[in-house]
Design a protein around this ligand. Sequence first.
Ligand code: PMP
Length: 431
Amino acid sequence: MENTQSNILHEEAQHHIVGGVNSPSRAYKGVGGGTPVYMQRGAGPYFYDEDNNKYIDYLAAYGPIVTGHAHPHITAAIKDQAEKGVLFGTPTALENTFAKMLKEAIPSLEKVRFVNSGTEAVMTTIRVARAYTNREKIIKFAGCYHGHSDIVLVQAGSGPSTLGNPDSAGVTKGTASEVITVPFNDIQAYKEALKVWGDEVACVLVEPIVGNFGIVEPHPGFLEEVNRLTHANGSLVIYDEVITAFRFTYGSAQQLYHIEPDLTALGKVIGGGLPIGAYGGRVDIMEQVAPLGPAYQAGTMAGNPLSMRAGIACLEVLQQKGIYEEMDRLGKRLEDGIITSANNYKMDVTVNRLKGALTVYFTNKQVRNYTEAAATDTQKFGEFFHLMLEQGINLAPSKYEAWFLTITHTDKEIDNTLKAVDYAFKKMSRC
Ligand code: PMP
């Protein structure tokens, strides 16, 4: 596959944009290097690079593009709104419409606020939880990504009773000392953390289905126990559903598992591909937020008409009957086909899948937490990634990310993908 234009553009980008990319995960660091492919156009499950090579897309822009690229209903809504004005700085009826749609889909959102990214949504839920509880520490699960605000850029300490270390230069030790990190799916460690830090803990931040060290589901009863123990401790439960909301069902993980947190952070899919975030939850907690309460949060672009229209249109598309079932069916075909090829070539591969999202790990072991995900073979994933890309299959360039199906993928794309997987495994098994 010829990548002349991507090479030229990436060379140019290095002169103007830090590292040539506007988000580090777009560089191919996690897959042994290479030039990122520069895309110029998307249509349904496909996109086309600057050399006009065609790819089947499983990146879905790291999650948001669940309706496929340039969905006509969403595109029409964006065009229509662009002609009417994109930003007013006043309230609009669109914000009410969209807030009501979100509340109907996710009933724990008694009140919501729109922001501009998942990062902002999570960051603000933490502020609100601190304001409500008058406590400062937070607990998070190791390896879970919650955006790039200081407080969540903190790595695991060496055990549940130790505090975190900054995961990025520029995050202060003081900030890191407010964070306790425990392994996902380990209720014993969570109990211990609460025992040690108890009345200092404002909230726990939970990705109810992990999407950031691959797709990892909670063990049965894990979320219920986290809720019970947290509330008994006088702390709040925050669900980061930036990836999970509207990915697996019309609604969020809360609807899948019949469980409710106190606060929820949203982003990605709810913007139909435009920048967005939202947070919400129990009314008495949300009333901490200005102008009603003492917790400040604001935004020039928050609730902007363009994102509202795209989000409303996206949810309208997702209300169609049967689409999540179809993504599940196609996801199962992918999973089964990948495992069959892996067995044929005696490759150690584990697939974690939930409906239309899956992760392919190069290991013969189960992956239930970050340590297990980290221990999978990075080099093999890198080889696999590049072999797939050469065959026109675009995956996320990291072993920790998911493959995301869209409502526009069909059996044809799955067949072609499985052929490419088979070829890649065959080549890898001979090296
Ligand atoms: N939370 C989760 C679970 C995420 O996956 C992400 C982004 N990958 C974020 C928060 C941050 O969202 P954004 O990139 O929109 O700031």
